[in-house]
Design a protein around this ligand. Structure first.
Ligand SMILES: Cc1ncc(COP(=O)(O)O)c(C=O)c1O
Length: 343
């Protein structure tokens, strides 16, 4: 994706930031971990979008700066990103065209919201999520031919530019942890399309690597997810350095000794574990167990597709040191799961 200079620094505010960082001692005890903190990006305050709000601020900013009139994106029928993109488009007065994998089916909560927010939906007719990728440019080309100005966003908003939102979020967490008197920590986050972790990796490197980042891959094999996260993190670091040359980022501290630029980000910065269980979108027993513990101990809702699976990594963290669970949202699926559990 081409990113213009204007698009790089353009940002359309969507999220309510900073999101809270809370200590969860009862959950820590239940999971048998050391001190456990939860970064509440389920509370980004935009369209139930959770972790989608931060990247969309930059993607929507770039679309607006480019003079776009339509966001074109897509994903699985349950995609939280598609719903949030539909709402974001409205915020900027744009149309939203969604390409959804599969045959038309009655919409779940995310797609129903996307439709309510005015998105146009087309189906690929093929169940595989990557069937979306080839259709997106065709839709964008068709719109261009009709005189429209589409802005294409890959599935999940996973681009270096979108990841910038999470590089800045790393600075946000760093400050909040300092307020709690915490330096080093293991930071656990769900991985789907990889943009969220990529931004955190870029931010961690800029901060001098205070943390070990641990991703829980909920959709791809972990090796493929790690390679994708690394590539996106490098692209994110490159864009970040362009927008905020070293020491000029107002949102955070000057880069630490690990801030060696994109070239300095390597495979060791990206630890990804397999939390898919029986498969993407299917609940795993470990995830179901920790979701219940989170609900019963702290009233914390996690969803079966992403956040419960990532949370199941928390008790597996070695060392008894500080752990941060980065809650990425999924509230629509969490509510639906609670509803099903009590039928
Ligand atoms: C609730 C939730 N958490 C985590 C993720 C994964 O984020 P990413 O796609 O940036 O890896 C997603 C992706 O859709 C999500 O909806």
């Amino acid at each position: 994706m081409a990113v213009t200079a204007a698009g790089l620094v353009a940002r359309t505010r969507l999220a309510v930031l900073p999101t809270p960082l809370v200590a969860t001692p009862r959950l820590a005890e239940a999971l048998g971990t050391g001190p456990l903190y939860v970064k509440r990006d389920d509370l980004t305050g935009f369209a139930f979008g959770g972790n989608k709000a931060r990247p969309l601020e930059f993607l929507l900013g770039a679309a607006t700066a480019d003079g776009a009139d339509t966001l074109v994106t897509g994903g699985a029928p349950g995609s939280n990103f598609c719903a949030a993109a539909a709402a974001a488009a409205l915020r900027a007065g744009l149309h939203c065209e969604l390409v959804i994998a599969g045959e038309p089916t009655p919409p779940g909560p995310a797609l129903a919201l996307a439709l309510s927010w005015g998105a146009t939906v087309r189906w690929t007719g093929v169940p595989e999520r990557d069937s979306v990728d080839a259709v997106l440019p065709r839709i964008a080309a068709g719109l261009t031919a009709r005189g429209r100005r589409p802005y294409l966003i890959p599935r999940g908003g996973a681009t270096g530019l979108g990841a910038v939102g999470y590089a800045l979020a790393a600075f946000e967490l760093h400050k909040q942890l300092a307020d709690w008197g915490v330096g080093a920590a293991r930071v656990v986050v769900a991985v789907g399309s990889g943009g969220t972790m990529a931004g955190l990796v870029a931010g961690n490197v800029l901060l001098g690597r205070p943390w070990t980042l641990v991703g829980g891959s909920a959709s791809r094999p972990p090796e493929a997810a790690a390679a994708r996260v690394l590539a996106l993190a490098r692209e994110c670091s490159r864009l970040f350095a362009q927008a905020w040359p070293p020491g000029t980022c107002r949102t955070g501290p000057a880069p630490g000794p690990g801030g060696t630029g994109p070239g300095g980000t390597g495979p060791a910065d990206v630890v990804v574990a397999d939390v898919r269980g029986p498969g993407h979108g299917l609940p795993s027993p470990e995830a179901t167990a920790v979701a219940e513990q989170a609900m019963r101990t702290e009233g914390l809702m996690v969803d079966p597709v992403y956040t419960a699976k990532a949370l199941s990594l928390v008790p597996r963290q070695p060392g008894g040191g500080n752990v941060v669970f980065w809650h990425t949202g999924g509230l629509l699926d969490a509510v639906a799961a609670a509803g099903q559990a009590h039928r």
